[in-house]
Design a protein around this ligand. Structure first.
Ligand SMILES: [Zn+2]
Length: 64
């Protein structure tokens, strides 16, 4: 068992989706979220945030 990072309830180790809160888990889901955040930050042209998100994204992709 592992803990859901969103609701901290226990879910089976191999779960890709939390059965309690319905959030998707794992790097693929995180990357999608980062992409969404990037798009939002891009609208405001916030370069610092975009750079940080891109670093995080690169790390997640390489550790997949
Ligand atoms: Zn959850």
């Amino acid at each position: 068992m592992k803990k859901c990072i969103y609701c901290s309830r226990e879910i089976p180790q191999e779960s890709l989706e939390c059965k309690h809160c319905g959030e998707t888990l794992g790097n693929a889901a995180k990357i999608t979220k980062i992409d969404n955040l990037c798009a939002k930050a891009g609208e405001k042209a916030d370069k610092e945030i975009i750079e940080e998100l891109e670093l995080m994204r690169r790390f997640l992709v390489s550790s997949q």
